[in-house]
Design a protein around this ligand. Structure first.
Ligand code: NDP
Length: 242
């Protein structure tokens, strides 16, 4: 059985990607940190549209949990293969650097960057063995441009962009592609507190994006036909460039 693992699949962009992977025919592993109710709603949406999957709760910022929970799922589900991995779970915790607490730096780096290494390394072994895989990392405009108040988040996302390009070169010959999606402003819980009226004036398309519009790009990278596209960063930002 072919599976797609989406980290942070309980809400926002991750939920939309879960649904798009189910539509591609994947058995969807919906990871989440703590919001069991919303994770259940994602699963309901998948099933209502004729798909299937299961919930996999672990904290992507905790390498021990990744090893124990994801590691043992892989060991005990030999007949299920993770063919698509979407590293989507992320947080922001903004502050000007002069006032940024160590904890803000550490949490954002662990959740957005370290998670890429620990989750992907576990899943990669199976992809290498089967000589096929699609790894999609959700980064951000912030990681391309750098945004004031987000040295932690910009550093983490820029780190994932570098890792995307490096890993793409390591695994290209094994049929595995590694790409990144860089959303601009997307309507989710993460952008809820932002002044949409003021910000949308800066965006050529004059609106925030929808999670489904990011999911559409993820489905493109996940498709078998995208085999010759790797190491790329695709912006989904309504034309809001650096
Ligand atoms: P939301 O805040 O709406 O959702 C975050 C999701 O990530 C939730 O499912 C949450 O789980 C999960 N999550 C957070 N921390 C962890 C963790 N430690 N372990 C496991 N899961 C975790 O975010 P968005 O949908 O807006 O963002 C998704 C991705 O897109 C992020 O990487 C973000 O940085 C990126 N992005 C978003 C943009 C936007 O405008 N929204 C712009 C650019 C990039 P739970 O429900 O359990 O809390």
């Amino acid at each position: 059985m072919k599976c797609a693992l989406i980290t942070g699949g309980s809400r926002g962009i991750g939920r939309a990607i879960c649904c798009s992977m189910a539509a591609l025919g994947y058995y969807v592993l919906v990871n989440y940190k703590s919001n069991a109710e919303e994770a259940g709603n994602t699963m309901l949406q998948i099933k209502q549209n004729g798909g299937d999957g299961e919930l996999l709760q672990f904290d992507v910022a905790d390498k021990e949990q990744i090893r124990q929970i994801l590691g043992s799922w892989i060991e005990t589900n030999g007949e299920k293969h993770i063919e698509v991995l979407v590293n989507n779970a992320g947080i922001r915790d903004d502050s000007l650097m002069a006032w940024m607490a160590e904890e803000q730096w550490d949490n954002v780096l662990k959740t957005n960057l370290d998670s890429f290494f620990y989750v992907t390394r576990l899943v990669l072994h199976g992809m290498l063995g089967r000589k096929y895989g699609r790894i999609i990392n959700i980064v951000s405009l912030s990681g391309l441009k750098g945004l004031a108040g987000q040295t932690n988040y910009s550093a983490a996302k820029a780190g994932v962009i570098g890792a995307t390009k490096a890993l793409a070169q390591e695994v290209g010959r094994q049929g595995i592609t590694v790409n990144a999606l860089a959303p601009g402003f997307i309507k989710t819980d993460m952008t809820e507190g932002l002044d949409e009226k003021e910000l949308k004036a800066l965006i050529p398309v004059k609106r925030f994006g929808l999670p489904e519009e990011v999911a559409h790009a993820a489905a493109f990278f996940a498709s078998p036909e995208a085999a010759y596209i790797t190491g790329q960063v695709l912006s989904v930002n309504g034309g809001l460039y650096c």
